[in-house]
Design a protein around this ligand. Structure first.
Ligand code: SF4
Length: 121
């Protein structure tokens, strides 16, 4: 069973991309970067924001995920970097490097595939 921790941009999650719904729908439908779990048991065990610019708090936040979930026997086996963080964050490289150095599990760049090509067409 894969347990996925999804990490996104604090300034986008639930304000711009309301309810993180596109990531969750993509996971439920196994689309976008979640297609890799098509024939696999997988759950999203957490949806975490980066902690705000410039992402200095990301490692303590990972540690906090571990702390809160340890009594539940839950821990991520995969981290997904949501498209809000992957495509729009000026600190993307540093944040992902920190996550890769500390997570101890595979870090996958991407989540949902539903970015519209244009707004009015
Ligand atoms: S550090 Fe990047 S991902 Fe985090 S709030 Fe700022 S722009 Fe968004």
């Amino acid at each position: 069973m894969e347990k996925i921790l999804l990490i996104g941009c604090k300034r986008v999650m639930d304000d711009v991309c309301i309810g993180c719904s596109r990531c969750l729908v993509a996971f439920n439908r196994r689309e976008g970067e979640f297609a890799r779990y098509k024939d696999q048991e997988a759950e999203i065990m957490g949806v975490l924001n980066c902690g705000d610019c410039p992402g200095a708090g990301i490692v303590p936040r990972l540690a906090q995920v571990q702390l809160w979930n340890a009594p539940l026997n839950e821990k991520p086996t995969k981290v997904h970097i949501a498209v809000c963080l992957r495509d729009h964050c000026p600190y993307f490289e540093e944040i992902v490097e920190k996550i890769k150095n500390k997570a101890g599990v595979e870090v996958i760049l991407g989540s949902h595939p539903y970015i519209p090509d244009n707004v009015f067409a």
